[in-house]
Design a binder for this molecule. Structure first.
Ligand code: PRX
Length: 652
């Protein structure tokens, strides 16, 4: 693992931050939960499921008779949308705010109560039925951060029609691949959304994708920006089909294992994996963790997670977790620097936000902008901060705690994945003395460990692979349409254990430090991208013969994409703009987030005798280090050729 030298610095981190006494005294999740869960894990999870309303109680907590295919809360029946919305209204909390929605343009805000949400979700459900959506049908959602995105997801959940939300920054190609993979027949989108001060179009990408997906019947379009859109015969305006619908809709109750959604994430091979989450277990996982890790007190807290709904963090901790708990959240459409770099802190001040959850890359960006920016705002409402997406480096942790959290807020560094559905490893805000840089220990109910190559747990002070050793309610159930890939990817490396793909180390106290991916998956700004996916995109360009991609350490984004390409002979030297052309090509194929930070045109790539590209060596070049051991290279002079022959490089 290349992070070893960095790690030894981390392991000397001596700072500890105790939970504030007031928070500890009133904490939802207390130290007893660890013992309770350890004494009887399944009884613990049965109790957590009581946070939900079940139309039909479950008869067994877990059926693990056919591993790795789990069934949680066997025989139970429930409706996810009912649990997120209706039951709060029925309990007399209809006037409670579900979302303070903040648009990017100044003064563009909406307040949405649980009663509002119920009416809107019911109307949208009736509209989807009118468009022919039935239980089990897949619906693709490609939207900006607006209330209709949540409404659309909940309407799908209410009908038992699994949604697949595709991040609005992905390209038409990426959208088409996902629509096809899960055979979605309906796409919900908008004309556009506001980003960085102007209207940014979404519909053209949908038009392009749908042209390649003949089985899509309808595209439901929310009017957000009012910009001009091309209009085809499949297109239907949201306001025309939703607004006139009845505000009543009786939800059907579904089996606990009914599919709730499919979320695509990058794997080590080219095509993304459709991670399937089902209803009862997932909802239990996010409801419990939202309550426990964010210590949510629905009557007094205002919570804000800055993640986009197009990622799993948005699913679990903008939509399902907060709503199932009846919480009040802030939802923000735009970027942190529009119209000024204090926008986030201004929102925290304006809405008296008490808990804020974001990613290390964003924290590092804010750090760069300077302490004086958050200092201009009153952030005294905050009592808890969270981090997710990659390890938070101690410097960013301490900056976050001091400059945003007044030196008193606990920082919960939460490790989890699209596949795990919910937080797995994290400090407990009212219990744990946090160490900057460590996600600490598995939360009550979760069993995880660090093992060596043979699957044996490592001792304190040792490193290895992170595994989850027992099934958990919010676990993925399979890869959509590919049970074998599910088994191979997660359950074959270590017998009977879930292999997360992350390297980790246990420190002398047994606390866990995450070290990044051990496979060919990169983590760019907390988002997963596979090297193969970007290599395929590069090779699809007519000038490229071969490509190798590595993730190089980057101060702001954690890792950055660095590509090495060999041009085809017919392309000559590629021309003066070849690097820009290739960067744009990748952005077009996958999305801007995948655009390489730099591309080096090289005469050769370093390969082993069996033809495997030695990415370790390329990473050395990308990070300007001396190149490591080259003895296994088929041609040991290649690295010199690469360093001498790098003709073009470009950085933003
Ligand atoms: O490598 C780990 C890193 O992000 C991966 C999961 O990515 P994704 O499925 O996109 O979900 C991101 C949000 C849950 C993990 O395999 N990761 C996530 N959180 C942390 C982390 N690495 C270290 N510390 C974390 N807190």
């Amino acid at each position: 693992m290349s992070q070893e030298p960095g790690l030894s610095n981390l392991m000397h981190e001596e700072r500890r931050f105790d939970p504030p006494p007031e928070l500890a005294a009133e904490a939802n999740l207390t130290v007893e939960a660890y013992e309770e869960a350890a004494a009887d894990r399944l009884a613990f999870w049965a109790k957590q499921a009581e946070r939900l309303s079940w139309a039909e109680p479950f008869t067994d907590v877990l059926d693990w008779s056919d591993p790795p295919f789990a069934k949680w809360y066997v025989g139970g029946r429930l409706n996810a949308a009912y649990n997120c919305v209706d039951r709060h209204v029925e309990a007399g909390r209809g006037d409670k705010v579900a979302y303070h929605w903040v648009g990017e343009p100044a003064d563009d805000t909406r307040t949405i109560t649980y009663a509002d949400l119920q009416r809107e979700v019911n109307k949208a459900s009736n509209a989807l039925v009118e468009l022919g959506v039935q239980t089990g049908d897949r619906v693709a959602i490609y939207m900006p951060m607006i209330p209709e995105t949540v409404i659309a997801m909940l309407a799908c959940a209410r009908l038992g029609a699994p949604h697949t939300v595709v991040f609005g920054g992905f390209s038409a190609d990426a959208l088409a691949t996902r629509i096809k993979d899960c055979a979605a027949r309906i796409v919900i989108t908008s004309d556009g959304g506001y980003r960085r001060g102007s209207a940014s179009a979404l519909k053209p990408a949908v038009d392009d994708a749908v042209a390649r997906c003949p089985d899509v019947r309808n595209v439901l379009v929310v009017r957000r920006t009012g910009q001009d859109v091309a209009w085809g015969e499949k297109d239907v305006w949201w306001h025309e089909v939703v607004d006139g619908q009845s505000e009543d809709h009786t939800p059907e109750m579904f089996d606990s294992e009914h599919p709730l959604y499919v979320m695509y994430t990058s794997g080590t091979t080219g095509n993304p994996k459709g991670v399937l989450h089902t209803t009862g277990g997932y909802l239990t996982g996010v409801t419990y963790t939202f309550w426990g890790i964010f210590d949510n007190k629905p009557d007094t807290d205002v919570y804000w997670c800055s993640a986009d709904i197009g990622w799993v963090t948005g699913h679990s901790y903008v939509v399902y977790g907060p709503l199932a708990n009846g919480a009040t959240s802030v939802m923000y459409e735009g970027t942190p620097d529009t119209p000024h770099k204090g926008r986030w802190w201004e929102i925290i001040q304006d809405y008296d936000v008490t808990a804020f959850y974001t990613a290390p890359t964003a924290i590092r960006t804010c750090m760069k902008w300077g302490n004086q920016i958050p200092a201009e705002f009153d952030l005294s409402s905050l009592r808890l901060l969270g981090s997710v997406g990659e390890s938070i480096n101690p410097e960013a942790y301490v900056w976050y705690r001091e400059n945003i959290g007044a030196g008193t807020c606990p920082v919960v560094d939460t490790w989890w994945q699209t596949e795990t559905g919910a937080i797995m490893i994290s400090p407990l805000p009212g219990v744990t003395s946090g160490k900057p840089g460590s996600a600490m220990t598995p939360i009550p109910g979760i069993s995880a460990d660090v093992v060596d190559d043979t699957g044996t747990p490592v001792g304190k002070g040792e490193g290895g692979y992170l595994v989850v050793t027992e099934p958990w309610p919010a676990m993925l159930r399979t890869i959509w349409g590919d049970d074998q890939r599910y088994k191979d990817t997660y359950w074959s490396r270590f017998e009977g254990k879930y292999f997360a793909g992350d390297g980790a180390k246990k420190d002398d106290d047994g606390d866990i430090w995450l070290l990044g991916r051990v496979d060919d998956v990169m983590n760019i700004s907390g988002h997963r991208l596979s090297t193969t996916e970007i290599e395929s995109a590069l090779v699809s360009h007519p000038k490229v013969a071969e490509a190798a991609v590595v993730g190089a350490t980057d101060d702001t984004t954690g890792q950055a994409v660095v590509a090495f390409v060999i041009l085809r002979e017919s392309a000559g030297d590629g021309g003066p703009d070849v690097v820009q052309e290739l960067r744009d090509h990748v952005a077009g194929e996958i999305g801007k987030i995948a655009r390489p930070r730099s591309i080096m045109v090289v005469p050769e790539l370093p390969k082993t005798r069996s033809g495997k590209i030695m990415r370790r060596l390329l990473r050395d070049v990308a990070e300007n280090r001396d190149v490591g051991d080259v003895t296994t290279l088929a041609d040991s002079t290649i690295m010199d050729q690469i360093k001498d022959g790098m003709s073009t490089t470009s950085e933003d």
